[in-house]
Design a protein around this ligand. Structure first.
Ligand code: KG4
Ligand code: ZN
Length: 330
């Protein structure tokens, strides 16, 4: 069994996964409420909270798996990218747990975790495949020829899609984190009520979401507070449609350009109901097999980190004792 630990942002996560990719537990302590009063993640508060929670979350993951530390053969941890203080809590915990038992340690790239989330479970996706990862910090399409890595085909030049959701939600007075709230509100609105720009920069596979957010800001200002509040559902639905259109357009372009027969989505935004429906329709139309992970494997989790560890070389004891977290791991 591999014990995974993930603390790159504001979720304290631990999971137990077998070397065959069977999921035994996937524990998450979300700090969402703690940060909501600030309208976003406060890095220093996140680090301190991880420190308070990580021991209990690891114990919970082991208990849910019906396992103890004696059953763990390797420890996996997110090394980066993410908030440096938050990452350090996970990395230090993983090093301590592994070192006391002389276990090997896998230092995992968070994005590799999102890219390979669909390789967990009963019917894992097989390489080669394409993947859209859209989260609060990253948005890119990638090609996976071997599960040990991925090649980025296009990425956002400014905001991530999750950031667009969170900032849009904030403009509509929906609180933090805004993605799920905007998704819910959009279900009762008309996606064609307002026209928002679909920015598809260049001729490649890159994304851009900052103009869209600005466009919502101006629209809300032009409508005035009262009308904007009354039409919040239409604004949410139209705004969401613009984000999803861009994500789907680039995914389809990647599928076509790379002649992909299998495609997966991942990252927190992959929990979005409209994206899940639309990408399934389009892949179905093209005869491309699509993997859509359950919500708990889309948003940040440690199962994907333990899963990706299977394709990441292990560091033996004591080589990892000087391992450092990295805010900007490529
Ligand atoms: O992957 P993730 O949990 O953390 C990062 O690595 O960033 O992604 C979090 C992002 C947030 O921006 C959140 O608003 C967004 O994913 N998100 C959603 C939905 N659920 C989470 N965005 C749109 N619709 C959702 N249902
Ligand atoms: Zn993430």
């Amino acid at each position: 069994m591999i014990l995974g630990i993930e603390t790159s942002c504001d979720d304290t996560c631990a999971a137990v996964v077998t070397t065959a990719g069977v999921l035994h537990s996937n524990a998450v302590a979300s700090q969402g409420l703690l940060h909501s009063r600030y309208g976003g993640v406060v890095p220093e508060i996140a680090s301190r909270r991880h420190l308070e929670l990580v021991g209990a979350v690891v114990a919970d993951a082991l208990e849910r798996a019906g396992a103890g530390l004696d059953d763990v053969r390797a420890v996996a941890v997110t090394r980066g990218p993410g908030l440096i203080g938050a990452l350090l809590v996970g990395v230090s915990t993983a090093k301590a747990l592994a070192a006391t038992r002389r276990l090997p340690l896998h230092a995992v790239d968070h994005l590799h975790g999102h890219v390979t989330a669909s390789m967990l479970g009963d019917e894992p996706i097989e390489a080669p495949y394409g993947c859209l990862v859209a989260s609060g910090g990253h948005t890119f399409v990638a090609r996976v020829d071997h599960p040990s890595g991925f090649r980025t085909l296009g990425e956002t030049l400014d905001d991530a899609a999750g950031e667009a959701f969170d900032k849009g939600a904030r403009l509509l007075g929906l609180g933090y984190p805004g993605g799920p709230a905007l998704d819910r509100l959009a279900r009762t609105g008309d996606p064609e009520a307002f026209d928002f720009p679909r920015s598809l920069p260049g001729t490649g596979l890159d994304f851009s979401f900052s103009g869209l957010k600005t466009s919502l800001l101006y629209r809300v200002r032009d409508l005035g507070d009262e009308v904007a509040r009354a039409r919040a559902a239409d604004l949410a639905a139209s705004y969401q449609r613009a984000v999803v259109d861009a994500l789907v357009a680039r995914s389809l372009a990647a599928i076509e350009r790379e002649r992909l027969e299998r495609f997966a989505i991942g990252g927190g935004v992959a929990a979005n109901s409209e994206l899940r429906t639309r990408i399934a329709e389009e892949c179905g139309r093209l005869g491309v097999d699509l993997w859509v992970p359950p919500h708990e494997l889309c948003t940040d989790n440690a199962a994907m980190i333990a899963g990706a560890a299977r394709f990441t070389p292990a560091l033996p004891y004591p080589a990892y004792l000087d391992l450092d977290a990295s805010a900007t791991l490529a």
